[in-house]
Design a binder for this molecule. Structure first.
Ligand code: SF4
Length: 408
């Protein structure tokens, strides 16, 4: 099965032109009969008139509770590093804002070993302490997500050292939300923590290749004669920004599974896609990517994430196409109907009110995510993006349980 995304806009265009009440009813009856939906059915649900919003939400809720019961799982978050050599235009941790910090790190550290920087790169021991701080808040945490920017000094041995430290105090599921690696690197990481269930999760950001290239421009480190990082980069044999390679990212979940990871997660950043049909594009793409992996490995994505893009400190960036609450609710509900076995994630990037509203069609929420290195152990850590819902994990947990859900 070939994985293609470039005909999604024409498919959506036809669905938009053809949509009518009769077509929506046919799709709804397919859902009632548990018949699988094809791409066109999904397109019809996305463009169904506004008065079907509640019916679609209710169908997604029924399917979700049938498959997963009334349960919300929590995952914890720890950030290893916010240094990054990538070019993502929307992120304040990108190479353009990190350059000066990098220069300091490499050249000043050589002088006295002390760096005063707002950016951080946790040592394996510090990472362990950050995880311990999180576990103090929630000792029963079943899933831990580790994130990092893409840095030349974060090589595989350093990953292994860091993960082993974490595994020494935590034997449950680890989700690596890290830059895509070569298959051999994935394999070494897998072998380093044999007793933890491992998920590789990476966000494609957008499956529209043209928009993807615009948002993640190519950067050739050789071209930048003033960039004193060259030595470190060349040592790691990095010549250009890896993220600019759209297809290497698309197939990274496949490499992780071949290397022995137990499961994989998909994701996109909603607000980036300002093409003809905006973020509806990503809903069809999630379905295609899921089917591709199922046909190849018999696995569906364990999770699908769809954070809305928020302003990030350090970059002057206008969000290309904001997703309204109404559209977002439709997108989440249709994603649930499209890939029902995947667990859907909502985070503290959303308001408390929206999280509560959307909860019946969600499965996983973050436990007090503080998105910066050391964020669990220090209140003044530098965060990658704004946090909208700043409640403590305990407050959110109480609300969820008061609403009749079981939490894990
Ligand atoms: S989004 Fe991730 S990869 Fe891109 S610049 Fe920010 S930290 Fe780096």
């Amino acid at each position: 099965m070939e994985l293609v995304f470039n005909n999604i806009n024409s498919l959506l265009d036809s669905c938009k032109k053809e949509i009518n009440a009769k077509k929506v009813k046919i799709v709804l009856s397919k859902i009632e009969n548990f018949s699988p939906l094809d791409d066109i059915d999904i397109g019809y649900l996305l463009f169904a008139p506004d008065d079907y919003q509640e019916v679609i939400f209710e169908k997604a809720k029924e399917i979700n509770q049938l498959l997963f019961d009334k349960v919300i799982k929590f995952y914890g978050v720890t950030y290893l590093s916010d240094f990054c050599l990538e070019t993502c235009r929307y992120c304040g941790d990108n190479i353009y804002s990190n350059r000066k910090e990098w220069e300091k790190l490499i050249f000043e550290a050589n002088k006295d070993g002390k760096i005063k920087s707002p950016k951080h790169f946790l040592t394996p021991q510090e990472l362990k302490e950050d995880v311990l701080a999180l576990l103090n808040k929630y000792p029963g945490l079943e899933q831990l997500c580790i994130l990092s920017g893409d840095t030349p000094t974060l090589n595989v041995p350093r990953w292994i050292e860091s993960l082993k430290e974490v595994a020494s105090i935590y034997d449950k599921k680890i989700i690596l939300n890290i830059p895509p690696l070569h298959i051999n690197a994935f394999r070494k990481i897998r072998q380093a923590v044999p007793n933890n269930k491992l998920q590789f999760r990476v966000f494609q950001e957008t499956y529209d290749e043209t928009i993807y290239q615009r948002e993640h421009p190519h950067y050739d480190y050789h071209d930048d004669r003033t960039f004193k990082l060259q030595r470190a980069i060349l040592k790691e044999k990095r010549f250009n920004s890896a993220k600019a390679n759209f297809w290497a990212r698309v197939f990274s979940q496949e490499r992780a599974i071949i290397a022995g990871f137990d499961e994989f997660g998909l994701g996109a950043l909603f607000g980036l896609n300002n093409g003809l049909f905006g973020s509806f594009f990503e809903v069809i793409a999630f379905k295609r990517h899921s089917e591709f992996m199922y046909n190849k490995f018999g696995l569906v994505p364990e999770t699908i994430s769809f954070p809305r893009l928020l302003p990030s400190e350090g970059v002057d960036y206008v969000i290309p196409r904001r997703v309204t609450d109404f559209e977002y609710e439709r997108i989440i509900a249709v994603t649930k109907l499209s890939v029902p076995q995947a667990e859907l994630i909502i985070t503290c990037r959303e308001t408390a009110e929206f999280r509560r509203k959307i909860r019946p069609i969600i499965n996983i929420e973050d436990f007090e995510a503080r998105p910066g290195p050391g964020g669990n152990m220090a209140n003044d850590a530098f965060f990658q993006m704004e946090i909208i819902d700043r409640r403590t994990g305990e407050e959110v947990k109480k609300e969820i349980e008061n609403d009749g859900y079981k939490t894990i």
